[in-house]
Design a protein around this ligand. Sequence first.
Ligand SMILES: *Cc1c(COP(=O)(O)O)cnc(C)c1O
Length: 379
Amino acid sequence: MKFGTKAIHAGQQPDPTTGAVMTPIYQTSTYAQASPGDHKGYEYSRGTNPTRKALEDCIAALENGRFGLAFSSGMGATDAIMKLLKPGDEVITGNDLYGGSYRIFTKIFSNYGIKFHFIDFSNPENVLSYINENTKQIWIETPTNPTMQIIDIKAVSAIAEKHNLLLTVDNTFASPYLQNPLDLGADIVMHSVTKYIAGHSDVVMGAIVVNDEELYKKLWFIYNACGATPGPQDAFLALRGIKTLHLRMKAHCENGEKIAAFLKNHPKIDKIYWPGFTDHPNHQVAKEQMNGFGGMISIVLKGADLKETFKVASSFKVFTLAESLGGVESLINHPATMTHGSIPKEEREKVGVTDNLLRLSVGVEDIEDLLVDLEQALK
Ligand SMILES: *Cc1c(COP(=O)(O)O)cnc(C)c1O
């Protein structure tokens, strides 16, 4: 089946008891058993719930994977993946990372004896000098947040495979519509479902997709044992959102391209980060591994200090100043103080997250209104 058909149907059949076309919200914590252990595959909703199962199967299908797991947030999913590790293990990850990922690595898992290396993945070979006998995982995000670096997933997965390391790709920014890391050799795909997949800024959720059954069983054990699983109401909302993922992503890409072109030579803008530009350092890799360049764009305001940057950020009428991304509505974010506030100033400035950087999540509104709004705010 093709992507749009899977987005609408995968994991879902009319409800066997009533014929309801939409997957019901199974608002139940527990399930009747005929005799101890004799049940229909559902025992207790921390571990299994039919609404959540439909969502998990749907997301797995969109990532061309065999097994999906939904979590109560993207960070819940990240937490579960890190719990595959033991004290003494090492992880190699990117130097331009979602702030919450950086925070959980450095402030939580570092305390449990896990060591993290934050490196530049623009040349995948860079990873080689960090691999030793304790290295267990590589964790990458591409496009990166917020500077839209592109990491060659195939090249990194070849290195991971050769050294027997698990490769996780945080695929939140691309969504399964634009990029399928498992097809490129990754072992684990992680999503903040909160963003493009659910797409309407009305639910917080995470997901993991894998192909390997043993790995799935280990992750399911952590999911059930630690309990960061979402309720059925949120699973229903995410399932509903997914049905238009392909339509939304096409519109995000179209609007993104027009806005990137408009901002590229704008006199108020010093630098713009978007992988669709032919002069983006890894444009060719993006072209090969993605089905489009998306609607995430970061801009550096020319000569602006923090105060002037705040002024621009607060001047939008259609874009909303808010954290998060990937919803139908356009958002603007100031990474240095908002999404990336937990990264020390010297660390974030090294990768270009300066005080005058703004990140746009281009929504699916009419492009004319978005362009007018950008022009007046920059003025
Ligand atoms: C938002 C986000 C997360 C965290 O997901 P939550 O659903 O907010 O917990 C992780 N990675 C990326 C790239 C994100 O944008």
